[in-house]
Design a protein around this ligand. Structure first.
Ligand code: F6P
Length: 320
């Protein structure tokens, strides 16, 4: 393989830059030319492609976001858009394509591989941790650390004023961030999209806690399980509880990646280039335990990553 390209696509996640750096420098050291595609599939269709040098990726390992920018492309969802993308790859003599992103981005990569024989390699990058087959995607650890820092800060005010705080975190379809940050942040409960729960039960639990002398409560809600404001309203009406809300929003997505994400991104980047050289096409890099594997992208996008719901019981148990 003489020339490859890479893109970041979908929501940015901390560690994407570390991964780009790793791919670029691994490729160069193996004598492979490497091109960056700006703005994901949208940039590919627009032929927004340039050769990356080692200097392009200097001083980015610590930076959040993605220097290649990201976008969600409607055009690529059409057959015309896909044919255009394939023509541009061929015109630029690009033999292999690495896509860093979440489920939608990996689905795009799989289309290029299955329908157009493009030699693709996927790298899971998304804060949601909803990609099947890998224990972690790039960015999850950084987002979780950001969330628990926020919980710690809010805890101080919650304790000082004997208040309940409802903290809304990201996760449209997946409660991973909410549930894990609830446990690691010492919160009372996490509302998640995967589990329907009677809010009254949780209001009663919090009321009981106050009676027992607890001075504050923190409740986490995944955006896909409802809004912090609607839950706070119920707490105020039914529990007469002094309640405040904090919506963390995009504070969770940017910012400097943690040690774990830098290392994961670096290792996945190296493995992706090696995979393309070795003929591992249509695969995604997956972390299982402490090792990286290649799994078919098809498998990663067609199976659902199940959230360990017994973590809800663990969260409860740790709040007796
Ligand atoms: O998929 C990552 C994610 O941050 C989700 O948790 C969230 O629902 C979504 O992206 C937000 O997307 P956008 O930044 O396009 O509003």
């Amino acid at each position: 393989m003489k020339k490859i390209a890479l893109m970041t696509s979908g929501g940015d996640s901390p560690g994407m830059n570390a991964c780009i750096r790793s791919i670029v420098r691994t490729s160069i050291s193996k004598g492979i030319k490497v091109c960056g595609i700006n703005r994901g599939y949208e940039g590919l269709i627009n032929d927004d492609i340039f050769e990356l040098t080692s200097a392009h990726v200097a001083n980015i390992i610590q930076r959040g976001g993605t220097i290649l920018k990201s976008a969600r492309s409607k055009k690529f969802m059409t057959t015309e858009g896909q044919i255009e993308a394939v023509n541009i790859l061929n015109r630029n003599n690009i033999e292999g394509l690495i896509v860093i992103g979440g489920e939608g981005s990996l689905t795009g990569a799989n289309i290029l591989y299955k329908q157009y024989n493009i030699k693709v390699m996927g790298i899971p990058g998304s804060i949601d941790n909803d990609i099947y087959g890998t224990d972690f995607a790039i960015g999850v650890d950084s987002a979780l650390n950001r969330i628990i820092n926020a919980i710690d800060i809010i805890n101080d005010t919650a304790s000082s004023h004997d208040r309940t705080f409802i903290i809304e975190v990201m996760g449209r379809n997946c409660g991973y961030l909410a549930l894990m940050s609830s446990i690691a942040g010492g919160a009372e409960y996490a509302f998640i999209p995967e589990k329907n729960i009677n809010i009254d039960e949780i209001v009663e639990m919090v009321k009981q806690r106050y009676k027992e002398g607890k001075s504050r409560s923190i409740i986490i809600v995944a955006e896909g399980a409802g809004s912090a404001s609607s839950i706070a309203k119920i707490f105020r009406e039914k529990g007469y509880i002094d309640t405040r809300i904090t919506v963390l929003g995009h504070l969770q997505r940017g910012g400097s990646p943690t040690y774990f994400d830098r290392m994961l991104a670096t290792a996945m980047g190296i493995k992706a280039v090696e995979g393309l050289i070795e003929g591992e096409y249509g695969k995604m890099i997956a972390l299982k335990g402490s090792k990286l594997y290649y799994i078919p992208i098809e498998e990663a996008i067609s199976k659902k990553k199940e959230l360990e719901l017994d973590m809800l019981d663990i969260n409860k148990m740790l709040n007796v």
